[in-house]
Design a protein around this ligand. Structure first.
Ligand SMILES: Nc1nc2c(ncn2[C@@H]2O[C@H](COP(=O)(O)OP(=O)(O)OP(=O)(O)O)[C@@H](O)[C@H]2O)c(=O)[nH]1
Ligand SMILES: [Mg+2]
Length: 300
């Protein structure tokens, strides 16, 4: 399957660095010490990622305003794209949220006007620069704020990303989730979990792929999203620790909340998936086990 993705955003937000690190295997530490030159023209490249072929279009930030005016350039960058990823960084958002909101609105309108049919996804990048104890709480507020400021007919998905070594999983997760949106198998599993989780309370489900990146995240309406960021970190540490802690203990303590957790490997049903995890503030282990049992039965 081929997924076409376009990176857009202001200069120096990190578009080309993300491309080099994730798709070309470059060392992020090196790219922080020796930053890349500003991009001057649209760059097309082809990569392998998960089970997909990615056609990636990296656009130069210095011509973003031209791109938003010039129809010819818009066709070159956006036509047939599955996803347009608008990348912006935390420092610029704090300083200049108005220009960012206007850019995103323009892209939304261009996509509608020319019927490009791309999914518009936002990456709030460089979250390593946020110095805050309750980073998850802060980001949850930012997320609400952005969609409110945008006031578009639909909510756009926002991912918080960083190439900082301790947070690098965030960018993999964001891209896995983006690419997964265009995979039929992942969409089917998503629909199935959505049905099961719809009527539950304070419960979240996460599915990882064989590279341990999150490709599905679904939660009940009342789930406290301010704990998501600490949750990712916890899950990441658990999944990368040699003796999988989650299989031994089934309680996770996060920002003074206690969550019951149950995890199972589902790669036998489909090699694109690895673990499915349910975490809940309200359901106990046996109830979560039951959910996993139901999913396994249907996958079978
Ligand atoms: N702190 C921090 N810096 C980052 C991160 N990702 C990229 N950078 C830095 O951001 C700067 C700009 O990176 P580029 O990738 O060249 O930015 P760009 O968006 O391609 O810029 P243009 O080509 O001008 O549009 C570099 O100095 C990178 O080292 C990150 O996650 N955290
Ligand atoms: Mg660039």
């Amino acid at each position: 399957m081929t997924t076409k993705i376009t990176f857009v955003g202001m200069p120096e937000v990190g578009k080309t660095t993300i491309k080099k690190v994730i798709f070309e295997g470059e060392d992020p530490n090196k790219l922080v010490l020796f930053p890349l030159e500003a991009s001057v023209r649209i760059d097309y490249s082809v990569h392998e990622f998960m089970d997909s072929k990615i056609v990636l279009i990296d656009t130069p930030g210095q011509s973003l305003s031209d791109l938003l005016k010039d129809e010819e350039k818009q066709r070159k960058s956006f036509e047939n794209a599955n996803a347009i990823i608008y990348i912006f960084d935390y420092p610029t958002y704090i300083e200049n949220s108005e220009d960012i909101i206007n850019d995103i609105r323009s892209i939304y309108n261009i996509n509608k006007k020319h019927e490009f049919g791309a999914k518009i996804i936002l990456f709030l990048h460089k979250v390593d620069l946020i110095i805050a104890k309750k980073i998850g709480f802060k980001l949850a507020i930012v997320k609400k704020q952005i969609n409110k400021l945008l006031s578009l007919p639909e909510e756009l998905s926002i991912h918080f990303t960083s190439l900082h070594p301790n947070l690098i999983y965030t960018i993999y997760n964001a891209l896995s989730d983006t690419v997964g949106t265009f995979s039929e198998e992942i969409s089917n599993l998503k629909d199935l979990i959505k049905k099961l989780i719809k009527n539950l309370s304070k419960t979240i489900s996460l599915v990882s792929n064989k590279e341990d990146n999150l490709i599905i995240q679904l939660m009940s309406d009342d789930f406290d999203t301010s704990i998501l960021f600490s949750l990712y970190e916890k899950i990441y540490k658990l999944s990368s620790s040699p003796d999988d802690l989650l299989s031994k203990s089934n309680l996770i303590i996060l920002d003074s909340k206690i969550l019951h957790a149950v995890s199972a490997n589902i790669s036998v049903f489909n090699a694109n998936f690895k673990n499915i995890t349910f975490l809940s503030e309200t359901l106990e282990r046996n109830e979560l086990d039951h959910l996993i049992g139901e999913i396994k039965e249907i996958l079978n």
